[in-house]
Design a protein around this ligand. Structure first.
Ligand code: FES
Length: 318
């Protein structure tokens, strides 16, 4: 993975427990272009690798902006950002990747953001504005103090932004409430905590004309853990003509790495698309959160960090 050295040129508190960082290339050159919904990998000083969405206007070539919420149960990522990434410091990042791109054929969008899930949505809203496209946003947060970018959203969106603060409402937002009605044909783009994503998924499933697209923070494993069964299968590596066995307890990626194959990977949870591998034969059992349904049905690629096989053998382009 190509690393880009950047300096942190600005650090501000964007809301309670949320910091916003502005990054510029250390050599003063422009950063690679990105599309709305993109994220970057950030190589943190404590050795962890984390993905954060870009929130700024994708037409801005000189800077990336990210915002990071300090997780109550941080596994070391957000706590390191809050403690160690200071204005004037330097870090390495990856080039932007996009698993959450706008389907521009729609030109009208319903956005749903939960908490820090506003970051990719903010970039999308800026892009919609630049194109003159229609949009509306439902923004959910624990409280006003936790909701970042309120002034910007009010200035850009006015009444197109609907706010829901759990503490003021005394409850979580109810997606079955008739006041939340998405026009048929309008896609929903959602990013937020797992309960919000699952509620939107359920809403979308009941409205076949309102497709939903998601950017997951973390795999919704708890909600789906009973649905998956792991079995043994084989992978044939086409380019090196090798046959490997993948036991129940290991991923394809584990087995490849044990056998000396240095495949790019990052999240190891089916969320970042880094380990995407071409499938030449066999039927993958997709368990990632990044491929669209159409991509899964085509079976042309798979995320080898989490996905397995429905067929006895998969032939991979490795
Ligand atoms: S390493 Fe992130 S999807 Fe496989």
């Amino acid at each position: 993975m190509n690393k880009i050295r950047v300096s942190i040129t600005e650090r501000v508190e964007a809301a309670k427990d949320v910091v916003r960082l502005k990054l510029r290339k250390a050599d003063g050159e422009n950063l690679p272009v990105f599309t709305p919904g993109s994220h970057i990998d950030v190589f943190l000083p404590n050795g962890l690798l984390r993905q954060y969405s870009l929130l700024n206007d994708c037409r801005e070539l000189g800077a990336y902006e990210i915002a990071v919420s300090k997780a109550a149960a941080s596994r070391g990522g957000s706590s390191c950002v809050h403690a160690d990434l200071k204005e004037g410091g330097f870090i390495d990042i990856s080039e932007p990747r996009n698993n959450f791109s706008l389907r521009i054929e729609h030109r009208k969008f319903q956005f749903v953001a939960g908490g820090i899930g506003i970051t990719p949505i903010l970039s999308m809203i800026r892009y919609c504005e630049s194109q003159g496209w229609d949009w509306s946003l439902l923004y959910l947060a624990r409280s006003r103090a936790h909701a970042a970018f309120q002034d910007e959203l009010r200035a850009i969106g006015g009444t197109r932004v609907r706010w829901h603060f759990d503490d003021e409402a005394g409850k979580l937002f109810d997606f079955t409430d008739p006041s939340f009605a998405v026009q048929p044909g309008v896609p929903i783009y959602c990013c937020g905590p797992t309960p919000v994503m699952l509620a939107v998924e359920q809403y979308s499933n009941s409205q076949p004309n309102s497709p939903a697209y998601f950017e997951w923070f973390a795999p919704p494993a708890v909600a789906r853990s009973n649905e998956v069964v792991d079995t043994v299968f084989r992978v044939k590596l086409h380019r090196s003509d090798k046959l490997l066995v993948v036991p129940e307890s290991k991923s394809i990626l584990d087995v490849l790495q044990e056998n000396g194959y240095d495949l790019p990977c990052s999240c190891r949870e089916g969320m970042c698309r880094t380990c995407e591998t071409i499938v030449l034969d066999g039927v993958p059992d997709h368990r990632d959160y990044v491929l669209s349904n159409a991509e899964k049905e085509s079976g042309r690629t798979m995320m080898v960090c989490v996905s397995r096989a429905h067929s006895d053998t998969l032939v991979l382009d490795i």
